[in-house]
Ligand binder design. Structure first.
Ligand SMILES: [Zn+2]
Length: 296
């Protein structure tokens, strides 16, 4: 029952979540304030069926191919910020799905993506063939960091590893983060986006917080993820609240799902969320959105 983030045995039962077909239990670490599903679901791979990626499952990934032109505003903004740290070299997106970020990265980097879904990888490679002719796009591969599928990528050779909303799906984040560290070259960047569970938004909602989902196995605190990355050997950790880019790319991306002029009112909520993310209450950010850069 040790904490999957800091490996402390000082953990307590936090409660059961009953609002899904399959109830699950959460334990919380008293030391690093992360929480996790315990017991972990037996076959968590089964969440990631073709239906998950095509939007037909109950818990689905949003198929960003339909809004590719709009989603690209966010991908490009991410890449622009990474340019401040690493200008070129090998780029690897872990949990790449249909490869949107990998395609954006190919403007500057030799870009690769990996995903555990063969369906997403095949569809993403097909989509890439139709939409981009960039020779720096090296393709999407089926696998994960622990069953690493790309033989041509050696340890200490990668400039950037990204993990966008993936870390919370891992039962054993320590092993995956270690592998990211091994792949990176000195000075390389490991980007992780996941919720900060000690933020006011998550703390106030408690177990009703919408981030508690059957497929989310590990819930990080700001302090827990930073300590873990440093323990693995990353020399510095930079944290961004809410994200590492501004408001505009987010608003432009949203337009991809707009069907009437009334949808523009939805911008108000997003602007409010974005601005309140910069505020803190008793030292904690008001909202849970967090992006972490760990530098090797
Ligand atoms: Zn812990």
């Amino acid at each position: 029952m040790i904490c999957p983030v800091c490996e402390s045995s000082n953990t307590v039962f936090a409660g059961d979540i009953f609002r899904f077909d399959q109830p699950f239990s959460i334990r919380k670490c008293q030391d690093c304030k992360s929480s996790y599903q315990y017991p972990a679901p037996k076959n968590s791979d089964l969440f990631y069926t073709d239906d998950y990626y095509s939007g037909k499952a109950v818990f689905s990934y949003i198929d960003e191919r339909k809004i590719d032109k709009y989603a690209r505003y966010v991908w490009n903004a991410r890449i622009r910020n990474l340019q401040k740290f690493q200008k070129g070299g090998i780029f690897l997106d872990v949990g790449c799905s249909f490869g949107g970020l990998t395609r954006s990265a190919s403007k500057y980097y030799l870009s690769y993506g990996i995903d555990i879904s063969r369906y997403a990888v095949n569809q993403g490679n097909e989509f890439s063939k139709q939409t981009s002719q960039n020779k720096n796009f090296k393709g999407l591969f089926c696998g994960d960091l622990l069953n690493f599928p790309i033989a041509e990528i050696k340890n200490s050779s990668v400039a950037v590893v990204t993990m966008i909303e993936v870390a919370e799906h891992l039962e054993n984040p320590v092993e995956h983060f270690k592998k990211a560290w091994e792949l990176l070259m000195p000075g390389g960047v490991f980007l992780i986006q996941t919720a900060n569970m000690t933020a006011r938004q998550a703390a106030r909602a408690g177990l009703n917080y919408h981030y508690y989902l059957p497929g989310h196995l590990t819930y990080f605190s700001e302090q827990g993820i930073e300590a873990l990355l440093k323990k693995i050997g990353f020399t510095s950790v930079i944290k961004y609240f809410p994200v590492e880019f501004g408001l505009l790319p987010k608003l432009l991306k949203m337009r991809g799902n707009f069907t009437s002029w009334r949808d523009y009112f939805r911008w108000i909520n997003v602007i409010y969320y974005h601005l309140s993310s910069f505020l803190r209450y008793k030292g904690e950010p008001l909202t849970s959105s967090m992006v972490v850069y760990a530098i090797k």
